[in-house]
Ligand binder design. Sequence first.
Ligand SMILES: Cc1ncc(COP(=O)(O)O)c(C=O)c1O
Length: 282
Amino acid sequence: MGASGDFDVLPTIGSKELVALLAYMLEAKSVLIPEIAYPTYRVGAILAGAEICEVEIDASTWPERADLAWINSPSNPTGRIHSKEELEACLIWARKSGATLASDECYLPFTNGIQAPSILAIAIGDNTGVLAVHSLSKRSNMAGYRGAFIAGDSKLIAQLLEIRKHMGMMLPMPIQRSMAVALSEQSHVDKQAGRYRARRDRLATALNNAGFKIEFSKAGLYIWCSRDEKDWDSVAWFAGLGILVTPGSFYGAKGSNHVRIALTASDEDISSAAQRINQCIK
Ligand SMILES: Cc1ncc(COP(=O)(O)O)c(C=O)c1O
């Protein structure tokens, strides 16, 4: 992760708990979320009764002030990896506006060798107002354990710890122990990353053959693609081949001509899907 300086760590019940409750716990009145995003950032802002502003990653286009800003690299659903310069600009914005910058990094273990810094590395030792969100659900395929954690600004973490314990959201010790075991081992992560890479390559070729344009999709667990038609038309086309994909509009209005394809099906199912796509276009 590359964290340095003063920081603390807090285990959470999956990262979804934190994503859904952060705005509420911080009493945020205004929240920035990516314009194409994992839906729970919006849900969290709604739960907090906060004003929501959808933004691109370019922080020079962000409003001057907000209480909380979410960024997510590699992104769900697009698989975009934000550059060091983009992340630096977000951090500078947060310092200037006094906002909390929450960086959801749950797909960081799957970057296919591409440089993808954590916000904590970008912060080079001054973690004021910065939180990085990590999850064992993706890194170690432990979704059922609900094991995740945040790391960052010690003062913020102390504040969150105080509120969370009154909400009864303590992570059971056996889960914390299993997380520690998983985090101390890297080879299973590399193996899984290799599987996702192979599935991505297999499907991408078939999708290109079928006229889909793949955008970003360099990292993480998803392919984000478009055939310049309504997302639900693409969903129906895939459904006709027995393939379930998610309409892009689930992630924001800007995704309404895209679909998200998950690489979480088995190798056999991904190969079979690629084969059906290829057969259909012959
Ligand atoms: C971007 C992002 N953040 C957080 C989560 C929540 O994952 P979990 O609660 O399993 O840690 C997900 C789940 O898909 C996600 O895609």
